[in-house]
Design a protein around this ligand. Structure first.
Ligand SMILES: Cc1cc2nc3c(=O)[nH]c(=O)nc-3n(C[C@H](O)[C@H](O)[C@H](O)COP(=O)(O)OP(=O)(O)OC[C@H]3O[C@@H](n4cnc5c(N)ncnc54)[C@H](O)[C@@H]3O)c2cc1C
Length: 416
C-alpha cells in the first residue's frame, strides 16, 4: 500500500502523525513545495510587528520519511496518479490512497508593485522590506486576517483599513459587538482608520505605498475540480457528485458552501478522521468515522489589544425559538475590565452561538473552550451554571464569568 500526502502544513503533518500512531500499514510519500521545513502561518502577525524574527516562522521538519520537494501540478483521481514538478523536471507516481492537504492562499487581484498578501514567509519578508520606505499603509479587508495584520502594522505607521461590508469582522461578530469594538479601537488607537462599505476596485484609487490584501482566499486544489468532501472526508466532484473512495482531503483546500473560519484545529481534526478512514478502508473496505461539520469552530483573534472570539453551531435556516442576549460581564477584581458577550440559546437552554470580546488575557479563550464542549456535548445552560470551575485569585476570577453568564441567561429564559 502506498499513500501520497500532498502538502505538509497543519493537515499533512497531523495526517502523518495520526497514521503512525494508529499504525497504518503503508508507505507514505509526502510532496511539499517548501521541502523539509515546517511553516507557522499563525505567527505571521507576531513576525510583522517585530515580536519574533521572520526566520522563526520556519523550522526544520523533524519527520523521518520520504519527502519530495516539489509542486504537485495535477492529480488524476481515477488512476490515483500524482503529477509533480521537482528540480525542473516533471514526475508521475501512482498511489493506492491520496491525502490532499494543500491549503490555500490569497490571490492578488491586480498587478501592482505596491500590492502584497500576508500568508507566507516570503510575504512577511517582502512587507518588512517595503515597510522601511512606506509612508502610508492600507489593508484591504477587516476580517480576522485583515484585523490582525492591521493591528501588527499599526505599531509602525498609520494603517487605513478598507472593508466592503458595513462592519468590521463581518459574518463573524454580531453587528452591535462589531460596532462597539470598532469605536473602541478608533478611540484608543490613533494609528488606524476604518473605511467601511468601500469596495476596492482599483488599487490606484488607494493613496498608500503598501497595500496588503487580506481578502480573496482561494483553496489550492490540484484535482480537476474544486475539492468538496463527504462526512468521511472523502473527496467528491461537486459537478457529478461522484465520490472517490481513495482520495481524502482536510483543511483549507476544501471548498465550503457556508462561511466558516479556516483554522488550524479544524484542519488537524479533519486530517485525523481521514487517517482513521484510510486505515479502515485498507482493513475492512469502508470508512467508519464521520467528521462533525455542523460547527462554527472556536475561532479567536487578537487585534489592537482585544481578544475576540466566536464558537457555535452553524446557522441552520430552520433554527427558531432562539433568543440572543448581549451581556457586559464584570471581571472581578479588575473593576474596569469587562467581558462583552453575545450568546444565543434556544428555549430549552441549548447554546447555539457565543461571541466574546475582552482585553483580559485568555478570558475569551476560556469562554470559547468551555462553550465548545457544552455545545458539542449538548450540555444545557442551567447545567453550565453549576460547573465547579477552578479558582485562584491571581489566576482566575470568582465567580467565574462562564457561570455568571449561564446564571443570567438561565434566569432570563425561565430555567431557574
Ligand atoms: C496570517 C495567518 C494567521 C493565522 N492565525 C491562525 C490562528 O491564530 N489560529 C488558527 O487556528 N489558525 C490560524 N490561521 C489559519 C491556519 O494557519 C490554517 O487554517 C491552517 O494552517 C490550515 O492548514 P492546512 O494544512 O489546510 O494548510 P497549510 O497549513 O497552508 O498547508 C498547506 C501546505 O501545502 C503546501 N502546498 C500547497 N500547494 C502545494 C502543491 N501544489 N504541491 C506541494 N505542496 C503544496 C504548502 O506549501 C503548505 O505547506 C492563520 C492563517 C494565516 C495566514
Amino acid at each position: 500500500m502506498r499513500i501520497a500526502v500532498l502538502g505538509l502544513g497543519t493537515a499533512g503533518l497531523t495526517f502523518i502523525s495520526e497514521a503512525r500512531r494508529i499504525k497504518i500499514n503503508a508507505e507514505i510519500v509526502a510532496f511539499e513545495k517548501r521541502g523539509r521545513s515546517v511553516f507557522h502561518p499563525c505567527s505571521i502577525p507576531e513576525a510583522l510587528d517585530g515580536r519574533i524574527p521572520p526566520e522563526f516562522l520556519l523550522e526544520p521538519l523533524p519527520v523521518n520519511m520520504k519527502i519530495v520537494k516539489g509542486e504537485v501540478k495535477e492529480v488524476d483521481p481515477f488512476s490515483k496518479t500524482v503529477i509533480f514538478e521537482s528540480d525542473g523536471s516533471i514526475g508521475k507516481e501512482k498511489f493506492d490512497f491520496i491525502f490532499v492537504g494543500t491549503g490555500g492562499d490569497t490571490v492578488l487581484p491586480f498587478r501592482d508593485p505596491r500590492l502584497c498578501k500576508a500568508t507566507k514567509y516570503e510575504d512577511v519578508v517582502r512587507i518588512k522590506e517595503k515597510l522601511v520606505d512606506a509612508g502610508k499603509i492600507a489593508v484591504v479587508g477587516a476580517g480576522v486576517l485583515g484585523l490582525e495584520i492591521a493591528s501588527s502594522l499599526s505599531k509602525y505607521k498609520t494603517v487605513h483599513v478598507y472593508e466592503l461590508a458595513k462592519n468590521i469582522l463581518p459574518g463573524f461578530l454580531d453587528e452591535m459587538l462589531s460596532q462597539e469594538l470598532k469605536e473602541k479601537i478608533e478611540l484608543e488607537n490613533k494609528n488606524v482608520i476604518f473605511s467601511l462599505g468601500v469596495k476596492v476596485d482599483n488599487p490606484q484609487d488607494i493613496d498608500a505605498d503598501l497595500v496588503i490584501f487580506c481578502v480573496g482566499f482561494v483553496a489550492n486544489d490540484p484535482l480537476p475540480f474544486h475539492i468538496k468532501v463527504d462526512e468521511f472526508m472523502r473527496v467528491y466532484n461537486p459537478d457529478t457528485l461522484e465520490i472517490f473512495d481513495n482520495i481524502f482531503a482536510a483543511g483549507d483546500c476544501i471548498e465550503y458552501e457556508y462561511k466558516v473560519p479556516r483554522v488550524a484545529p479544524v484542519a488537524a481534526e479533519q486530517a485525523r478522521v481521514s487517517a482513521r478512514n484510510i486505515k479502515s478502508m485498507i482493513e475492512i473496505g469502508k470508512p467508519v468515522e464521520k467528521y462533525d461539520n455542523s460547527f462554527f469552530p472556536p475561532c479567536i483573534l487578537k487585534a489592537f489589544g482585544y481578544e475576540i472570539g466566536r464558537v457555535g453551531k452553524l446557522k441552520n435556516p430552520d433554527r427558531k425559538d432562539t433568543e440572543k442576549f448581549v451581556l457586559d460581564i464584570r471581571i472581578l477584581p479588575f473593576a474596569d475590565e469587562k467581558l462583552k458577550v453575545a450568546i444565543e440559546v434556544d428555549k430549552d437552554g441549548f447554546v447555539q452561538d457565543v461571541q466574546g470580546i475582552s482585553r483580559l488575557r485568555s478570558e475569551v479563550r476560556h469562554l470559547l473552550d468551555i462553550f465548545y464542549i457544552a455545545i458539542k456535548r449538548s450540555i444545557k445552560i442551567d447545567q453550565i451554571r453549576r460547573f465547579e470551575l477552578s479558582y485562584q485569585p491571581e489566576i482566575c476570577k470568582f465567580p467565574d464569568p462562564i457561570t455568571s453568564i449561564a446564571e443570567i441567561v438561565s434566569r432570563r429564559i425561565g430555567l431557574m
